[in-house]
Design a protein around this ligand. Structure first.
Ligand SMILES: Nc1nc2c(ncn2[C@@H]2O[C@H](COP(=O)(O)OP(=O)(O)OP(=O)(O)O)[C@@H](O)[C@H]2O)c(=O)[nH]1
Ligand SMILES: [Mg+2]
Length: 458
């Protein structure tokens, strides 16, 4: 069982580093308000201890006889706060010196520096949110696009928890009936028949499958479409990256083999985030550095969600080009024939079935058409709150895959009419795999790891 250590009071700077109009030092725990009080001085001698919950007080932070900053302090009392504990938030002027001096004063007055994600971890341990909602908080903070933010907001509202809860509930009901049958064979009417177990398991499995189906889109909205620009040397891959970014990011020369190592950037295509990599041109080479780059390009292509396969339209297609086309088979791929501004020498009739798109990376021609194709590939209509992908991280997908596996075992057992003990074993496993998603069935060290990836002060 998890140990809930909320004896100590934690503090951290909750705003981003760098200068801004306002910065916040957040304090949470049973001594939060008294610690804030010990460094707070109001012009009228008002004490924070007397302040009502959800009010804000004006004053100064004074420590060691020195006035550190003019501040506003919000007080939120347990259990009506982010962490369910007493919270004081000191709004300072948002410069690093001021924030760190205020934090130091708070730490010297009895608070402990919070670990990354510790405020959210307390909200979880105190039962205010479950793990899917805690992860949603982080996803909102890190959202790279509006769609990622929308999907995370849906999870924060608890919709994923609700769906997982319903599947677990149905498994639990089946388990209870089976157990009743095992323990009290004379109460046969309580026992579910194999076919009823089969039907209910199929329903649970369908619900798990629906969540898995959304998982890849969820990852894409969160982390971006893994996109790789692939092609032979000198076809214009780096020029395309620069055209997409609208800046001279990658070095472009007419020397084949210019790009040695892959280069990654994020771009936003009509709301779809693309994590795009320019790679070393693929060819057989003796240069050891270039060869390593070529290997890396190939492995990036294997792992990609989308390949932008580039050919040079100003020269004839070669065997190297054909090899790459074969490599991209079975993947989402857009074939680009570059250098449309030059005389066309490549005969693209052999790849007509791939609907190659003619572009000029150098002059930015055909880029809009490329964006339109990407949008059509990755957005099945506008996302709204009802069809946002609910699953985002790999962790959640792995738990769903595990649950799917055990539910399939159940169906197998039902089909072969094997003893019911097998069914309850597999159902119990499926039940706890689903519990990992909401955090009800997770070991403490795994939880620690999840929260440690959060940012400081949240
Ligand atoms: N005329 C014309 N030249 C282009 C176009 N795109 C790229 N080039 C030129 O082609 C040459 C190679 O461009 P790069 O973008 O470096 O090609 P690359 O595929 O990244 O090459 P490596 O990094 O060596 O694999 C440069 O001289 C570019 O200016 C284009 O659309 N039209
Ligand atoms: Mg290059």
């Amino acid at each position: 069982m998890l140990k809930v250590n909320t004896d100590d009071t934690i503090a951290a700077i909750s705003t981003a580093s760098g200068s801004g109009g306002i910065g916040i030092v957040r304090i949470s725990g049973k001594d939060a308000i008294s610690i804030a009080d010990s460094v707070f001085s109001s012009p009228k001698g008002k004490r924070l201890a007397e302040a009502k919950s959800h009010t804000i007080s004006f004053g100064h932070i004074v420590y060691d006889g020195q006035v550190i900053d003019e501040v506003l302090v919000s007080v939120m009392r347990a259990p009506h706060s982010y962490t369910c504990e007493d919270i004081a938030e000191i709004n300072t002027h948002g410069g690093y010196r001021s924030l760190s001096a205020v934090l130091n004063a708070v730490l010297r007055s009895g608070a402990r520096l919070a670990e990354p994600g510790e405020f959210t971890k307390r909200a979880f341990l105190n039962g205010r949110i479950d793990l899917t909602q805690a992860e949603a908080v982080m996803d909102i903070i890190n959202a790279g696009t509006d769609k990622a933010r929308q999907a995370a907001m849906t999870r924060l509202s608890g919709r994923l928890s609700k769906e997982i809860g319903e599947i677990r509930e149905s498994i639990l009901t089946m388990l209870a009936h089976i157990e009743a049958g095992i323990d009290y064979p004379e109460h046969d009417d309580e026992t579910m028949t194999y076919s009823m177990i089969g039907d209910n398991t199929k329903k649970a499995l369908a619900a798990v499958d629906r969540l898995i189906a959304g998982a890849d889109m969820g990852r894409i909205y969160k982390e971006g479409v893994k996109t790789v620009i692939l092609g032979c040397p000198n076809v214009g891959k780096s020029s395309l990256l620069n055209a997409l970014l609208e800046e001279e990011r990658a070095i472009v020369t007419d020397i084949p083999g210019t790009t040695r190592d892959s280069l990654e950037e994020m771009i936003n295509v009509h709301g779809i985030p693309l994590k795009i990599a320019d790679t070393a041109g693929i060819r057989v080479t003796d240069d050891i550095i270039e060869r390593m780059g070529v290997e890396k390009s190939k492995s990036l292509a294997e792992d990609a969600d989308l390949i932008l396969l580039m050919l040079d339209g100003s020269r004839e297609l070669g065997d190297d080009d054909r090899e790459l086309i074969a490599l991209a088979k079975g993947k989402k791929c857009i074939v680009l024939v570059n250098k449309s501004d030059c005389e066309r020498k490549a005969d693209v009739s052999e790849i007509a079935s791939l609907s190659p798109l003619s572009i000029s990376a150098k002059h930015g021609e055909g880029i809009e058409e490329l964006f339109a194709r990407i949008r059509d590939m990755f957005s099945a209509g506008e996302l709204d709150a009802d069809n946002s992908p609910l699953i985002s991280g790999e962790r959640n997908k792995a738990s769903l895959m595990k649950a799917k596996h055990y539910l399939e075992n159940v169906l197998e057992t039902v089909k072969k009419r094997m003893p019911e003990d097998f069914i309850s074993m597999d159902m119990t496993e499926a039940y706890s795999a689903l519990g990992e998603i909401t955090g009800e069935a997770l070991e403490e060290d795994i939880l620690d790891k999840i929260f440690s990836e959060f940012c400081l002060g949240k």
